[in-house]
Design a protein around this ligand. Structure first.
Ligand code: HEC
Ligand code: HEC
Ligand code: HEC
Length: 153
């Protein structure tokens, strides 16, 4: 009887290559959908946020390095939920600028701390969120200069 032409090692190699390609594609998709080009091109409600982000000291970061949990298990459901909401807002054409909800504030704040741990680990927080003081490190200042009581509101 003729031997099968398909060698098991060939199948295994093909499987491994395909698996690796799928993983790389998933990572590339995740990276791209975290980024400024994606967020600002898909959603016009994000335009202002994207413009102010370009001029910030964090311009090199992807949007979701602040706006989604870093831990992948928490990130996927959060990203899906927020993405769907932004998508719906975009279609309904809601007013900008948007205001961050409580959950987003917590997520963003945890990310500030995780990147700046060395700077802030011995600091007592006088406010609830880092961006209560560092308002403009990511986007524009919230209050016009003539109405501000502190420099960075
Ligand atoms: C350095 C961290 C950081 C980066 C990077 C960043 N943001 Fe933000 N973002 C913030 C903070 C802080 C706020 C304000 C939260 C508040 O005022 O309550 C905010 C608020 C927002 C808001 C309004 C509230 C909301 O969550 O819907 C939008 C929209 C937004 N960002 C979109 C973006 C987009 C789009 C990008 C990428 C182009 C981006 N952000 C990059 C930190 C960041
Ligand atoms: C993914 C990591 C990361 C996250 C998340 C992040 N930062 Fe930063 N941050 C950096 C890096 C890197 C720099 C240095 C940028 C530079 O000097 O070019 C920086 C710079 C800064 C500076 C100095 C700004 C200046 O004017 O030079 C402050 C203040 C700061 N971050 C606060 C925050 C706050 C508040 C948050 C949350 C809203 C935050 N960061 C989120 C990485 C991060
Ligand atoms: C009560 C106001 C306040 C709060 C809240 C606050 N900061 Fe600051 N932070 C300052 C001031 C003032 C400075 C020194 C001036 C500057 O560099 O902006 C500073 C400096 C920094 C720097 C160094 C900036 C540089 O130029 O090197 C980083 C990074 C930073 N803060 C991150 C954070 C993070 C992360 C949090 C949240 C855990 C936080 N801060 C909470 C007021 C605050």
């Amino acid at each position: 009887m003729e031997k099968s032409k398909v060698r098991p090692w060939k199948l295994l190699t093909a499987g491994a290559v395909l698996g690796a390609a799928l993983i790389l594609a998933a990572i590339a998709g995740m990276r791209f959908s975290d980024s400024r080009p994606f967020c600002s091109s898909i959603c016009h409600v994000m335009e202002q946020a994207a413009v102010t982000h370009v001029n910030s000291p964090h311009a090199d970061l992807a949007c979701n390095e602040c706006h989604a949990p870093h831990d992948i298990v928490a990130k996927l459901p959060f990203k899906a939920k927020e993405g769907l909401r932004d998508f719906a807002d975009n279609i309904r054409g809601i007013d900008v600028p948007l205001r961050a909800g409580l959950e987003t504030r917590t997520v963003v704040n945890n990310n500030c701390i995780s990147c700046h741990r060395n700077t802030v680990q011995n600091v007592m927080m006088a406010k609830e969120y880092c961006f209560d003081c560092h308002r403009s490190v990511a986007h524009q200042k919230k209050t016009p200069v003539s109405f501000r009581e502190a420099a960075d509101e």
